[in-house]
Write a new protein. Structure first.
Length: 198
């Protein structure tokens, strides 16, 4: 979420001046929302992605479409939707979905899976550095829409209603896609577990 000082920003005045070509207003919009956009990009793309290029692409889209903003939702939310869709487009352009193989895992990832197999007491993968690497590799095996949805729903803990607003998807699509994506992840994790067993 954007910082609290952004709630005091007069977005309508800034937007009106930016539409008229005021560079100071455009710079202020970027300054106010840069951290917000950067967090979204970091949360929705693999670490190898060039996040600054994606942030720049987001702001290019914001300013190309700013005249279409109607104020039906807060401006930072509108920018967040553009950010998520830009990340989704980037994932679609990458096309290939790698298969996670045991040989490709780091020692930390294999230790994490070992802990899961031993006694189910491994730390939460979304909070653990070890588990986070494995989660990123597993997410990369999914379709772009599935990756985006699970990041929003499970990693960022956003409610379905907010996800619908950010993506433009209906609640049933969100729930069905999440169910299918989790099933695929579980299947991929089960394959890795089988490779670990002696």
């Amino acid at each position: 979420m954007p910082e609290t000082h952004q709630q005091e920003t007069d977005w309508n005045a800034l937007i009106a001046r930016a539409i008229q070509g005021n560079d100071a207003a455009a710079s202020r919009i970027v300054g106010e929302l840069h951290g917000h956009v950067l967090r979204i990009v970091r949360n929705h793309l693999p670490r190898a992605a060039d996040e600054q290029d994606l942030v720049q692409e987001v702001f290019m889209k914001v300013f190309a479409n700013i005249h279409r903003f109607r104020g039906e939702q807060p401006f930072p939310h509108w920018v967040a939707r553009i950010s998520i869709n830009t990340c989704l487009d980037h994932l679609r352009r990458q096309k290939s979905r790698a298969e996670v193989r045991f040989a490709d895992l780091s020692s930390e990832d294999t230790e994490f899976i070992d802990a899961l197999l031993a006694d189910q007491s491994a730390p939460d993968p979304t909070q653990s550095r070890d588990g986070r690497g494995l989660i990123e590799q597993l997410l990369a095996t999914l379709k772009p829409e599935e990756q985006t949805l699970l990041r929003l729903l499970d990693l960022e803990k956003r409610p379905v209603r907010e996800i619908c607003s950010l993506t433009g998807w209906g609640a049933s699509k969100v729930k069905v896609t999440a169910m299918r994506a989790r099933r695929k992840l579980n299947g991929n994790l089960a394959k890795l577990e089988q490779q670990l067993r002696p």
